[in-house]
Design a protein around this ligand. Structure first.
Ligand code: SF4
Length: 373
């Protein structure tokens, strides 16, 4: 959308003077502050928010929408923590499982040749420390040297370093030497300590999550960031969360992408809460894209909100639909996501993106374009 078209939208909008002033600021490329972010959440019209977010996205990436050939390995659902929103751990599912290192290496070896990235994350197993996880990376690295290894959320890292008695910096260096390329964004939830006490009071605090990612960035390990939204948090908590991520990104520039994660209410201790609407999902994407002006990418994780909603998200600032995934993650299907077997063919993903008016672009883990379709 061109500036003139957005100006017309602003003029015709029933939005108040506050929204109009913030919109002009966004079009001029100026950073909005926390009060303005909250104001957008509370009073921004969805169509206007989408146009502004897409304006920013197209300035960064044109019409391109990225995807990657990737798959997941989830080592275990056994977890020392018991987050109230979690539907994945053995506490909620009633059954526990864990793979041997050998089995996980076999999975990596068996993955199709076109795979570019392996995402490894799971429960925080009480028995395994740094040696176990570094060893796993080393074996996979030797078996599939071409794969980008994105592994272990900050929560898993915090526990394995503590268990093995190493500092954060020492632990990350050891993992890097054994093949770690980047770390995923999980475990961030909502940084606000009061909300955290109510939804996941027994695991690492938000400031530890930020410290782990900042240290990783300084060691040349890139990462992603997430935010769990749509439960008991309010707009102010969301903007505080985005503000802390924006400040960290100003310091390091080490984040690749931001991934909003929707709270799903099946099979967990917070099932009494209704899930937020798809309109709220789109609003959250749009405000995130506007607020995180220093994040290169915004991802819609399609196994979580479904393929059709992910397609719609491409009109609300999203430029990345993750990947083919290959039916290799259970995290969202266990929480009640519509797609019980999350996998999509390459043709299916390309059609999804094209039908949204975007140009499909296969990427590597650092967002280098490998092929445009
Ligand atoms: S969200 Fe992660 S850390 Fe929390 S209980 Fe579930 S698997 Fe464990």
């Amino acid at each position: 959308m061109q500036i003139e078209e957005i100006e017309i939208l602003i003029t015709k909008s029933v939005a108040d003077a506050g929204i109009k002033a913030i919109s002009e600021k966004i079009i001029a490329g100026q950073r909005i502050n926390q009060q303005e972010g909250i104001y957008l959440f509370e009073y921004g019209e969805l169509a206007l928010l989408g146009s502004l977010a897409n304006f920013i996205k197209e300035k960064k990436h044109g019409k391109m929408a990225f995807f990657i050939h990737n798959f997941h390995i989830e080592p275990t659902n056994i977890c020392i923590y018991n987050c109230r929103f979690c539907s994945y751990s053995h506490h909620q599912s009633g059954t526990s499982w864990e793979f041997e290192q050998k089995e996980m290496v076999e999975k990596a070896v068996a993955a199709p040749a076109e795979m570019k990235e392996l995402h490894i994350t799971g429960g925080v197993h009480p028995k395994h420390g740094l040696d176990y996880y570094a060893g796993l990376l080393k074996m996979i690295r030797e078996a599939r040297p071409e794969l980008h290894l994105k592994a272990y959320s900050a929560i898993e890292l915090d526990f394995m370093f503590e268990k093995s008695g190493v500092t954060l910096e020492e632990g990350l260096k050891i993992l890097k030497e054994n093949g770690l390329d980047s770390i995923p964004g999980g475990g961030a939830e909502i940084f606000d300590e009061e909300v955290r006490k109510q939804i996941c009071d027994d695991k690492a605090f938000g400031n530890r999550w930020l410290e782990i990612h900042e240290t990783a960035h300084k060691l040349g390990i890139g990462s992603n960031a997430t935010m769990l939204y749509g439960h008991i948090e309010n707009y102010s908590h969301r903007i505080d969360h985005l503000e802390l991520l924006r400040q960290l990104q100003d310091r390091t520039g080490g984040f690749n992408t931001f991934i909003p994660l929707k709270f799903k209410n099946k099979n967990n201790e917070m099932s009494y809460l209704p899930e937020v609407s798809s309109i709220e999902d789109m609003k959250n994407y749009a405000v995130s894209r506007i607020y995180l002006d220093n994040f290169p990418h915004l991802k819609a994780y399609w196994p979580m909100i479904g393929q059709q909603m992910s397609q719609l998200a491409l009109s609300f600032g999203v430029d990345d639909l993750d990947g083919t995934i290959n039916n290799s993650t259970q995290i969202y299907s266990l929480a009640g996501a519509d797609d019980k077997n999350p996998a999509i063919s390459l043709d299916g993903l390309i059609k999804l993106i094209r039908d949204a008016g975007c140009t499909p672009a296969e990427r590597d883990s650092w967002y280098n374009v490998l092929k445009e379709f």
